[in-house]
Design a protein around this ligand. Structure first.
Ligand SMILES: Cc1cc2nc3c(=O)[nH]c(=O)nc-3n(C[C@H](O)[C@H](O)[C@H](O)COP(=O)(O)OP(=O)(O)OC[C@H]3O[C@@H](n4cnc5c(N)ncnc54)[C@H](O)[C@@H]3O)c2cc1C
Length: 334
């Protein structure tokens, strides 16, 4: 089937781009390899609850993203989570943010934002695009599924640079490939822990919501259930720092790594029950944060048919950068 525009990647960049293009009358389809929407805007369903194991919160800086968030607030998709979080400094001291700064989160999980954006969009999930070939009408995309048949006049890759590279290496110009090749990402190992409901009051007594850690192994500890309206049990997200994730990413004993993250969080917060969750899982993010993003919000190839890259790494390494990149792409195609 031929489409005017195919966007590969249903994260923030691909979805806001697709939605904006469709709203302006363009014919768009969004493809993603995952079974769910949102990419790193990710929520894990647990037995009786859920937790955001990707994006922790949204902290809008610019006016366009502020307006986008306000619209989500007005429609009860997100709400203000906290305007003062904590920092654990290298000396092990827990400090409350000196300056207030609004952080927003989705009470039903971060993927609620992606689901909201995808309303009315044609999205095909579970298709790993593994090759793009030039054809007379533009591009042919192939996936691991032999029955997949897709051609497009315009292709937009809204995926992390290292995942875009193998798709464009044989079809695009040298400068375009070089810029993609130069972008590296830091990984993250993220423990997702759920606790006995009776621990809720003990955790609540700490008044902690989220702690950015300058620690030998930790990057972030989030009391994720504090985002929910009626939480049933405490859930904590514990992110490693990039150094720890690089060293242990291919560990054959990931449950032990998850336990190590819990043990360390219990130790630095002096909260022993954190070490004994009822349920403990781990998520490996190979491409968590762009280390050296490019400055332009859109990367365009010099090819016969239009081919672009967008994503958080086109401008930064946060959701707001993915949002601005997606919008810039849509505006460029007008
Ligand atoms: C643990 C963690 C915590 C974070 N915390 C925050 C935070 O608190 N605040 C913040 O602003 N940012 C945070 N970030 C960063 C934020 O998640 C990203 O900046 C943003 O979500 C990137 O959006 P994107 O659309 O560019 O890419 P992605 O969300 O990565 O979307 C890319 C999509 O492309 C799909 N894809 C890739 N290759 C293919 C292929 N070949 N075929 C089909 N589909 C493909 C993927 O499945 C994915 O859905 C965090 C990231 C991580 C990992």
């Amino acid at each position: 089937m031929h489409h005017e525009i195919v966007i590969v990647g249903a994260g923030m960049a691909g979805l806001i781009c697709g939605k904006t293009l469709q709203d302006s009358g363009r014919e768009v389809v969004v493809i993603d390899k995952s079974r769910g929407l949102g990419g790193r805007l990710a929520t894990r369903r647990l037995a009786n609850t859920h937790a955001d194991h990707g994006v922790c919160y949204l902290k809008p800086k610019g006016n366009r993203f502020k307006a986008f968030i306000q619209d989500l607030v007005d429609r009860n998709v997100v709400s203000l989570w906290s305007d003062r979080l904590h920092t654990l400094n290298a000396e092990g001291e827990l400090l409350l943010d000196a300056n207030p700064s609004a952080r927003y989160a989705a009470p039903n999980g971060a993927t609620a934002i992606a689901k909201d954006l995808a309303k009315g969009l044609t999205v095909e999930l579970g298709q790993v695009i593994n090759a793009i070939r030039p054809i007379d009408q533009g591009w042919q995309l192939t996936s691991q599924n032999p029955d997949f048949d897709l051609t497009a006049s315009v292709v937009i890759l809204a995926i992390p640079a290292p995942q875009a590279l193998p798709l464009v290496q044989m079809i695009a110009n040298f400068e375009f490939i070089q810029q993609i090749e130069d972008v590296t990402f830091a990984p993250s190992l993220t423990a997702i822990a759920a606790y006995a409901p009776e621990l809720r009051s003990q955790f609540a007594a700490t008044n902690l919501r989220g702690v950015t850690c300058d620690d030998k192994i930790l990057g972030w500890i989030g009391f994720d259930d504090t985002k929910q309206l009626n939480p049933t049990q405490p859930t904590i997200i514990i992110q490693s720092n990039a150094k720890f994730a690089s060293a242990h990413f291919d560990s054959t004993d990931l449950p032990a790594i998850a336990q190590q993250l819990c043990d360390r969080a219990a130790e630095v917060l002096a909260l022993p029950p954190i070490a004994t969750p009822e349920l403990l899982q781990i998520q490996r993010w190979k491409y968590a944060f762009a280390v050296n993003p490019i400055t332009a919000p859109v990367l365009a190839a010099t090819t016969r048919a239009p081919l672009f890259c967008i994503g958080d790494w086109c401008g930064g390494n946060r959701v707001e950068n993915a949002f601005l990149s997606g919008l810039a792409m849509a505006e460029r195609l007008g």
